[in-house]
Design a protein around this ligand. Structure first.
Ligand code: SF4
Length: 269
């Protein structure tokens, strides 16, 4: 087993003297003082859970430390992103946008402010597939998009180089490394893997093997042309999820990557 990364609240850090930490907080003002006594090498990222909070205390603290702005309701919270633009002076900053109705507006505001984006996908139903396709077209064709929008960015590159990464890795949900420590100290797998699905399937050092045993056992996945890029991601936790919509998205990304490859091959040396 590789060194684990724990998503952990500040008040439990003293109990975790192993692994690395993604510290999540809704009180950024007190974070530098709280972490002053901790090993800074262990902190690999901070997640800010309350976008209404004032993040000024983090602006010049720990330069270079990645910070994620975690949204709960993107359709109503996107104006709050403006509050945190000063973080960009010293930190790589990414907005975490759940795929819920109205999330495209949050993507547009985030990239206009120069934040990268990580989508939280879940198992999107048809109306959200249409919004995802609109988001992908925005990402592919809007010249002002200068920051990666994940998973679009990594999947496009994976198709382009014929070297795909499964969505579990692209979306920072790799079950080999990530653990979630709840506010009461209970430890579990990270994110949606903590609930539903076949929790008895223990991840190990080989992601491919884990996917094969735990997720992609679904017949649909075995014959799916996108298995290497997806990794059975959408068959969790409901195995009967209809992937026709996400396959449209993957197909569009694949076509864009092939188009890009053709254009570059045809360009003068
Ligand atoms: S798109 Fe659906 S069927 Fe294909 S690998 Fe992913 S989860 Fe499995």
């Amino acid at each position: 087993m590789n060194e684990s990364i724990y998503s952990i609240p500040p008040h439990l850090l003293s109990a975790y003297r192993h692994g690395d930490w993604v510290v999540r907080t809704d009180e950024p003002a007190s974070l530098p003082a709280t972490l002053a006594a901790e090993d800074p090498e262990r902190v690999v990222a901070v997640q800010l859970l309350a976008l209404a909070a004032d993040s000024e205390a983090l602006n010049a603290w720990a330069p270079g430390l990645p910070i994620e702005l975690v949204m709960a309701d993107p359709a109503s919270e996107y104006p709050l992103l403006y509050r945190h633009t000063n973080l960009l002076d010293k930190h790589p900053v990414r907005a975490v946008v759940p795929v819920r109705s109205g999330f495209l507006k949050a993507i547009k505001v985030a990239v206009s402010l120069d934040f990268a984006v990580r989508l939280e996908l879940g198992q999107p139903e048809p109306p959200l597939i249409e919004e995802l396709i609109a988001a992908l077209e925005f990402y592919l064709h809007q010249p002002t998009v200068a920051q990666p929008v994940e998973f679009f960015h990594s999947m496009l590159l994976g198709f382009y180089h014929d070297d795909p990464l499964p969505l579990w890795s692209v979306l920072d949900e790799d079950p080999r490394y990530l653990r979630y420590v709840a506010d009461d100290g209970a430890e579990s797998l990270y994110g949606r893997l903590a609930t539903g699905g076949d929790a008895a399937v223990e991840p190990d050092t080989e992601l491919e093997g884990w996917i094969e045993r735990g997720l992609a056992a679904a017949e649909d996945c075995r014959s799916c042309e996108f298995l290497r890029s997806c990794g059975g991601y959408f068959k969790w936790p409901r195995r009967d999820y209809d992937c026709s919509g996400v396959k449209r998205l993957f197909g569009r990304l694949h076509a864009a990557a092939m188009e890009l490859r053709r254009d570059l091959d045809a360009a003068p040396a």
